[in-house]
Design a protein around this ligand. Sequence first.
Ligand SMILES: O=P(O)(O)O[C@@H]1C[C@H](O)[C@@H](CO)O1
Ligand code: HPA
Length: 290
Amino acid sequence: NSCCCSFEDYKLTTEWLLNQTSHRPKVAVICGSGLGLLADGAANKQIFRYQDIPNFPVSTVQGHEGCLVFGTIEDTPCVFMQGHFHLYEGYSLCKVTFPVRIFKLMGVETLLVTNASGGICPDFKVGDIMIIKDHINLPGFAGQHPLCGPNDERFGIRFPCMSDAYSKDLRRVALDIGSELGCSDFIREGVYCMVSGPNFETIAEARMLLILGCDSVGMSTVPEVTVAKHCGLRVIGLSLITNKVSLDYSREEKVNHDEVLEIGKMRAEVLQKLVTTLISRCQQQSINTH
Ligand SMILES: O=P(O)(O)O[C@@H]1C[C@H](O)[C@@H](CO)O1
Ligand code: HPA
C-alpha cells in the first residue's frame, strides 16, 4: 500500500505542464461528478486532456470529462480538474491524489474541492450545497490511506494534523457569499464521509453512517484533502447533495448515477457563481494575510 509515484514523477509532470503553459495557478479546483462546468467561467483557457499529460491517470467515469483547464477568474490564475479519480476505478490512492502534489509544486496555495454526495442528515434536501466542515475517512480506518508508506518530507511531515483540514476562514467566506447570493436556504455545513463505492449504500450502512455523525456520504475527496493538508495547501470543500440516502426500508426511491449528474446540471449556475466569487475572495484573503 505504499506510494507508487516517486518525487521525480511529480517533478517531471510539473515541469512538463510549466513548459506547456504560461499560466501559474494560485487556486486549484477539483470538479466532482457532473460539475465540470465550473470551469466554464474562466477566461484565457488552456486545456489539456489527461491522457496527454505524462503520468496523469485518466477519467473512466461518466460525468468526468478528463481535462485539466488553466484559466483566470477575475485576475486570479486557476487550474480546474474536470473530473477526478476514485478508488473504485481501480486507482491506488497515490494515483488518485497525484494531481494535488502537482498543484503544490506548481505554486498553488488553495484547493477548492467539489463533489456530489448523498444526504444522510434527515434535514438535508436534494440540491442543498454542503460546505464541508470535516470528514470521516472510512477507507483510511481500514488502511486505504494516501499517506501510508514512506513519508516524503519534501511534501510534509509524517504525522499531519487533520483537525483543521477545512479552512475555517474560507468556510466563513463561503457562508457569507451564500447569503449575499440569496442562497442561505440551501447552503449547509456538515461532515462528509468517504466510502470506497462503487455501490451506493445499503440501508443498514446508511443508518450506521448517521449514528457515526455523517451528514453526507460520497466516494471521493477525502484522499485529495488529506494530501493537500499534508503539503500545506488551504482547503475549502463544497458537496452538492444529489440524492437523499435511504434510511428506511419502506422507501421506494432508488438512487442512480444519472440522477446524480442531473442535479449537478440543475444547480450549475448557482454553484458556478459561488465558486467564482469564492476564488476571487480567496485570493484577496491570501493577499491580505501575506
Ligand atoms: O466523484 P464524486 O465524488 O463527485 O461523485 C459521486 C461519487 C461517485 O463518483 C458518483 C456516484 O454517482 O458520484
Ligand atoms: O448516495 C450516495 N452515496 C455515495 N456516493 C454518492 N455520490 C452521490 N450520491 C451518493
